[in-house]
Design a protein around this ligand. Structure first.
Ligand code: GLN
Length: 455
């Protein structure tokens, strides 16, 4: 059953919100010891919310757009009364004292928040192995990483533990785990969704977005979380149109899909051939394919990581042990320590010309070039991650770990919308198709996903 059909069924009292919740909860009870997607649950609170929704439906009272859907939230988004740890010992005792804007919007629409999901420490990773709660297992490829950093949110959807989850994406953290777990993940245009209440990794790159098993789940959640927020001045001051309209599309007639040669060239051959099948599907659906070239692909990772280090270093200065939890340097893991150390070094005034300013220049260059490419097409399609996920615990060099992000960081550097949906299996492991479009063309991405989904 699609997510939208479930909302309807709950409103029609064919199933109750309580039944939906208990069904999800029993799946969590059964599988979470193995998957480790959820790191905190508040079933009592969720039960009360579901009962209240059922009561209102019975009494013919209004209920919200998400009425009765079970929702999981990444552990770096503030939800009142949960520990908002970002999976770091730094914040292991830090209770959220307020709701992020996205959380208030979900609660206003009667979403049932069941708990918080696992992630890499402070979202700085691509494997969900650096969490203080231990790694998350990939439900679709057991023994392999689920991707990251929002690995718990992707795995929770892949294991049918909830209807929709939220993640955050700074350089791929929604799309990468969506790809490895075979689910849909959507990073909206920068500024489409409020970041108020999100613990920053790198604020000029961070964006909150949804995971679901079908486009109606993505569209429903985008309808709820997108829009202007006076508490986040980077939000776009324009009400987006209905995203559910995009989810009934079944054709790509009249659409031009760009395929970037360099994206395919750096990707493993088996993955590329799977992605080519999806591109063939797009042709059968009526799309015209246009080959594109992006020669500056090698600038993406250095530009991304320089900006990430500097902004992350600055964001962590508040974790000095006085107001929030522990002093970060004393308790954090190796990857977070590396970013703080290098971030502090390159943030020094005498080096800014050498590193940070260069990164900002490269950022403008990438933005201009990528936007030029997007001028000629509706959507760019290609692989999400160039490699298959490794086995949990396997030693991976830092640079190899960073290289997982080569295809996803560009959307954050440029601020454009991007998604991942399952293309198929390679060696029995899901592989994601990434779709990218011009800023504020989020609708085009969703309707393309819908055409492929309904194919
Ligand atoms: N893997 C990237 C990083 O470690 C992306 C993380 C993210 O998007 N939060 O910075």
């Amino acid at each position: 059953m699609k997510v939208i059909e479930k909302v309807e069924a709950i409103k029609q009292q064919e199933i109750t919100a309580t039944e939906n919740l208990e069904q999800m909860y029993s799946t969590i009870e059964e599988k979470n010891d193995d998957i480790n997607a959820f790191v905190q649950l508040d079933i009592e609170k969720a039960r009360k919310t579901a009962e209240d929704i059922d009561k209102r439906i019975k009494n013919n009272e209004e209920t919200g757009k998400l009425a009765g859907l079970v929702i999981g939230i990444k552990s770096n988004i503030n939800v009142e009364d949960f520990i908002i740890s970002a999976a770091s010992p730094t914040l292991k005792n830090y209770y959220g004292s307020y709701n992020a804007t996205v959380i208030n919007r979900i609660l206003d629409e009667d979403g049932v928040i069941i708990g918080l999901t696992n992630m890499d420490e402070f979202a700085a990773g691509s494997s969900t192995e650096t969490s203080m709660y231990g790694p998350t297992n990939n439900p679709k490829a057991p023994g392999h990483i689920p991707g990251g950093s929002s690995g718990g949110s992707a795995a929770a959807i892949a294991a049918n533990m909830c209807d929709i989850t939220l993640g955050s994406d700074t350089g791929g953290s929604i799309r990468n785990p969506a790809s490895h777990c075979g689910v849909m993940g959507f990073k909206p245009t920068y500024g489409m969704v409020s970041r108020q209440g999100l613990l920053d990794l790198a604020m000029s790159l961070d964006q909150i977005g949804p995971f679901a098993n079908d486009t109606t789940g993505i569209g429903l959640m985008l309808n709820v979380i997108c829009g202007y927020d006076p508490y986040d001045t980077t939000t776009i001051n324009k009400q987006p149109e209905d995203f559910l309209k995009d989810t009934t599309n079944s054709t790509l007639e009249g659409q031009t899909i760009g395929v970037v040669k360099e994206f395919m060239d750096i990707t493993d051959d088996k993955i590329t051939s799977q992605i080519n099948k999806s591109i063939d599907d797009m042709t059968s659906l009526g799309a015209e394919i246009k080959e594109l070239s992006f020669e500056d692909i090698n600038l993406g990772l250095p530009t991304y990581y320089l900006i990430n280090y500097v902004e992350f270093f600055s964001a962590t200065r508040k974790y000095d042990g006085r107001k929030y939890g522990e002093r970060i340097e004393e308790v954090c893991g190796a990857e977070v320590a590396r970013r703080i150390e290098i971030g502090s070094y390159i943030s020094q005034k005498e080096f800014s010309g050498k590193y940070y300013n260069k990164a900002l220049q490269a950022r403008s260059l990438i933005r201009n070039e990528f936007n030029d490419l997007l001028n000629d097409v509706d959507v760019i399609a290609g692989p999400t991650v160039p490699k298959l996920p490794h086995k949990i615990g396997e030693e991976i060099e830092t640079m190899d770990m960073y290289a997982y992000d080569v295809l996803t960081v560009l959307a954050n550097i440029t601020g454009i919308p991007a998604s991942s949906m399952n293309s198929g299996l390679v060696d029995n492991i899901p592989v994601g198709l990434q779709l990218q479009a011009k800023p504020e063309d989020d609708h085009k991405i969703l309707s393309t996903m819908s055409a492929l989904e309904n194919n």
